[in-house]
Design a protein around this ligand. Structure first.
Ligand SMILES: O=C(O)C(=O)C[C@]1(C(=O)O)C=C[C@@H](O)C=C1
Length: 380
């Protein structure tokens, strides 16, 4: 047989398989109805294992593993479909639906916003892009930003979450667990770092460079080119610039934004010291209550799954079944557990879609712990 003839046969088989698949899905919907009457859950692991065993035996030694994978996907699809038919509203889905009943149209222009660092920090620059008239309050830690929002001291808080070269800001991810908040907007900010020192100081005089550890990591190649220079971590890039300005030393420099040069009377002794010119940091804007604005197309979730084979795979399968793009998956260890992880999902999806609400309910019921962190839009 030539290629076209073989493909012709495959086409025939696919036609039959799709017809049988549709027939199988219709039977799954009848099962969903029967289960609803008897108050039974969608998942029946014993039945799945019985089917898997039969399918693998029938496929024979050469194909049993492929048949196993195919049927795992088949069950994922079948369960997602049944879930869509069966799952009732949960308190979370009700809260989301109530929130979008009369969608908020405009993001506020003015607000009291909590920010880590000081005047001139990248977070402050992010605030200025998120709000046209922010009244920014500065705090010295990310935790204080979460607290300020949670306690109602500030309406919003702005926090860095990831950088295109240095990766996630793990401290912010870890703080998410112990605080109640919602992401209401995000921002991708282009970051270019400069080396700042006192007026008249030359690069060759520098013996110590200070900055936030994320900024230091984003400038690692420049730092390698300065052997013998001590590198010191500071809580914030702008605080580092302020420290240099207030110190009497002429052998110390800060990696910071070029705005800080003007703000603190320093000079730029070297510009663009970051490894990559395409250096971006994503910031999230958080609020105490759920606020979903019209046009929001990103969803963030935090969840943990049973510590057994296939649990995360099944969760991702639910997203894939809806044809939704999983744009970020971050894992962080759960303190006190033996290499168990909490997962953070970012989806290109909107709660204004009925299928997405069904997906969220399905994921919520399948997870050990589940938090909806918000549905928002990202600005650049
Ligand atoms: O037999 C059932 O109980 C079904 O719901 C059908 C089915 C399947 O697709 O084969 C789907 C989900 C269950 O976990 C088990 C099997």
């Amino acid at each position: 047989m030539n290629l076209d003839e073989i493909r012709g046969k495959i086409n025939n088989i696919d036609d039959q398989m799709v017809d049988l698949f549709v027939e199988r899905m219709k039977l799954a919907s009848e099962i969903a109805g029967a289960k609803a009457e008897k108050n039974l859950p969608v998942l029946d692991l014993k039945r799945e294992n019985d089917v898997l065993k039969k399918v693998m035996d029938r496929a024979g030694e050469d194909f049993e593993l492929y048949a196993n994978t195919l049927y795992h996907t088949m069950f994922d699809v079948s369960r997602s479909y049944q879930a869509g038919l069966l799952i009732k509203e949960t308190p979370l889905s009700e809260e989301i639906l109530a929130n979008i009943k009369e969608p908020r149209l405009e993001f506020p222009r003015k607000a009291v916003v909590a920010c880590q660092g000081t005047e001139g920090s990248y977070a402050a620059r992010a605030c200025g892009k998120l709000f046209s008239m922010p009244n920014t309050m500065f705090f010295n830690s990310f935790e204080s930003v979460f607290n300020a929002v949670e306690r109602g001291l500030c309406q919003y808080g702005v926090l860095p979450i990831e950088n295109s070269s240095a990766g996630s800001v793990s401290e912010v991810y870890d703080l998410m667990v112990s605080h109640k908040f919602y992401i209401v907007r995000s921002l991708k900010l282009h970051i270019n770092h400069a080396l700042l020192a006192k007026q008249g100081v030359q690069l060759s005089q520098i013996k110590e460079i200070i900055s936030h550890e994320q900024a230091l990591s984003q400038c690692s190649e420049f730092l390698k080119s300065m052997p013998g220079v001590k590198v010191t971590i500071f809580e914030n890039t702008a605080t580092a610039a302020k420290y240099v300005a207030e110190s009497d030393r002429t052998d110390i420099a800060a990696i910071s934004s070029s705005e800080c040069a003007g703000l603190y009377g320093l000079s730029i002794i070297k510009d663009d010291v970051q490894n990559n010119q395409n250096n971006y940091t994503r910031f999230i804007c958080i609020a105490k209550s759920m606020e979903i604005y019209a046009g929001s197309g990103k969803i963030s979730l935090m969840l943990s799954v049973a510590h057994k084979p296939g649990s995360l795979y099944a969760m991702i399968g639910k997203i894939a079944c809806q044809g939704i793009n999983l744009c970020k998956l971050e894992s962080r260890p759960i303190p006190g557990k033996d290499f168990e992880f909490r997962f953070y999902f970012d989806l290109d999806a909107s709660v204004f879609s009925k299928d997405v609400i069904t997906l969220l309910k399905d994921m919520e019921l399948a997870a050990d712990k589940f938090s909806f962190l918000g549905c928002y839009s990202e600005i650049v």
